[in-house]
Design a protein around this ligand. Structure first.
Ligand code: AMP
Ligand code: MN
Ligand code: MN
Length: 346
């Protein structure tokens, strides 16, 4: 693989036009594009992927949309979801990674094409992003990669169709857990309002992605929650293969709601869920405002946001628990400060 110098690295804290121009130029240079979102895809990954497909189409560029893992049941309602493939042969001259801080999160598909002649583009909003592509557009102020897709669509003066608005709003809703996280800025709310105006069904998106789950999943939660244990102010539990078998779930994607729910405990500052899957342990971490889990996740080869991060550990549940709790103890020491609701008394 030829080593390329990054063309643009943008940690956007202000105007995004320069970064967006680089992105548009990279797409403009391409004649055939592969766009990939991260494995164990969430609503932002799939929503951004579909939105990127619409943007490429608007620019007249053939684009294959791919994800190494299947699209979860709760996202099957998204228009165009059946165009997403798990394998693609190419050739492609641009490989785009979406919503992934680390190229390993994009699976073999991205790696194969990034190592061939394809140029690479990295569009993401994680603080732990490794700037792995030729062009990196990283907006740490964005609550979701879908928010960056809105900026890109606006920059291109694209009409917001109902289908595009639905994909975009799904990304905003899921990454902000229904406009509840601290990343929920005025910009996000203004965008959401425009997307609803364009026909995106906010209520249905909220229902499908945040509210509804199967009875089997509720039983799984029951088992996992009843075993939750405190380690200092870290509340943790695990999801074993035996748990899934007992409730009749063959394979589920990541269940982000479970780790967020654990973090709601008054006695906890941080939560950790250890999921036994495919011979490794997937770790999902959440922090209360004032604490951050992204450093510990990054130290363990993963990544994420200050309040929501994750990593994969090779080994047993016990190995993962030992490693992760030690990394959290280490990184949380000295963290924690009061979080005033307002800067000044009202
Ligand atoms: P999750 O707990 O799966 O909802 O993930 C929380 C956040 O951490 C998301 O923004 C993920 O993209 C990120 N994340 C989870 N697992 C990993 C990993 N293995 N490597 C990098 N980032 C991850
Ligand atoms: Mn994601
Ligand atoms: Mn995201």
């Amino acid at each position: 693989m030829t080593q390329r110098q990054p063309l643009a690295v943008s940690d956007t804290l202000g105007p995004t036009d320069a970064a967006i121009n680089e992105v548009v130029a990279a797409i403009g240079r391409a004649s055939s594009i592969l766009a990939v979102c991260h494995v164990s895809p969430d609503g932002d990954a799939i929503g951004s992927l579909l939105a990127f497909g619409a943007i490429a189409k608007h620019l007249g560029k053939p684009c294959v949309l791919a994800c190494a893992d299947p699209v979860p049941e709760m996202l099957q309602f998204l228009p165009g979801v059946n165009t997403i493939v798990r394998r693609a042969s190419g050739p492609f001259d641009l490989a785009v990674g979406l919503d992934a801080s680390d190229p390993r999160r994009l699976g073999d598909l991205f790696a194969r094409h990034a190592q061939a002649d394809a140029s690479t583009l990295n569009i993401d909003h994680h603080i732990t992003n490794l700037r792995f592509a030729a062009v990196n557009w990283i907006d740490l102020t964005a609550a979701a990669t879908a928010e960056m897709m809105v900026l890109l669509a606006d920059h291109l003066q694209m009409p917001l169709t109902r289908a595009l608005a639905t994909s975009l709003l799904t990304g905003l809703v899921t990454d902000t857990r229904g406009f509840r996280t601290n990343g929920t800025s005025a910009r996000v709310l203004q965008m959401a309002s425009r997307l609803v105006q364009a026909g995106a069904p906010l209520f249905q998106i909220m229902e499908m992605t945040l509210e509804r789950r199967s009875v089997a999943q509720i039983h799984l939660w029951g088992r996992v929650l009843s075993r939750a244990r405190l380690h200092g102010r870290i509340l943790w539990s695990d999801v074993t293969a035996a748990d899934r078998q007992a409730v009749g779930i063959k394979e589920n994607g990541s269940d982000a709601g479970l780790s967020s729910f654990l973090a709601s405990a008054l006695e906890a500052d941080v939560s950790a869920i250890f999921v036994e899957r495919n011979g490794k342990i997937e770790v999902s971490l959440r922090a209360c405002p004032g604490f951050s889990v992204s450093e510990a996740a990054l130290a363990l080869g993963g990544g994420g946001h200050p309040l929501a991060a994750g990593c994969n550990i090779e080994g047993s549940l016990a190995d993962a628990r030992r490693l992760v709790l030690a990394a959290l103890d280490n990184s949380l020491a000295g963290q924690g400060f009061p979080q005033p609701f307002f800067d000044e008394p009202a």
